[in-house]
Design a protein around this ligand. Structure first.
Ligand SMILES: [Zn+2]
Length: 109
């Protein structure tokens, strides 16, 4: 084990605090230093975007969130559902095309 001296991070932003104690909840989150994370104000977990944070708030802190946060959660949930629906439709279309395409190839060859 080599003890490394603490490095002086030049220009390190002081708004990114990584909890390194028992309150880290057994999961360590590594946020790249050049990224800004949206942090949950209830448990401190970092998220890539406000939408993901809104979804997390609605799922994990359902009892504690305010009306504004609930509205944001429902909005993000609707957006996510729409994206998921379109993805399912595209995946189904690709599967059908692949199936009949291979069927035609099999019939011809
Ligand atoms: Zn949280």
């Amino acid at each position: 084990m080599t003890e490394q001296p603490p490095t002086d991070a030049a220009g390190a932003s002081d708004d990114t605090q990584v909890p390194d104690g028992p309150e880290a909840d057994d999961i360590a989150y590594e946020v790249p230093p050049d990224e800004t994370a949206a942090e949950c104000e209830y448990c401190g977990r970092p998220f890539e975007s406000e939408g993901l944070l809104a979804l997390h708030r609605g799922r994990a802190h359902e009892a504690a969130i305010t009306d504004d946060e609930r509205a944001a959660y429902e909005e993000a949930y609707e957006a996510e559902s729409g994206q998921l629906g379109r993805f399912r439709l595209k995946a189904l279309a690709i599967l059908v095309l692949l199936y009949f395409g291979l069927l035609m190839v099999y019939a011809v060859v």
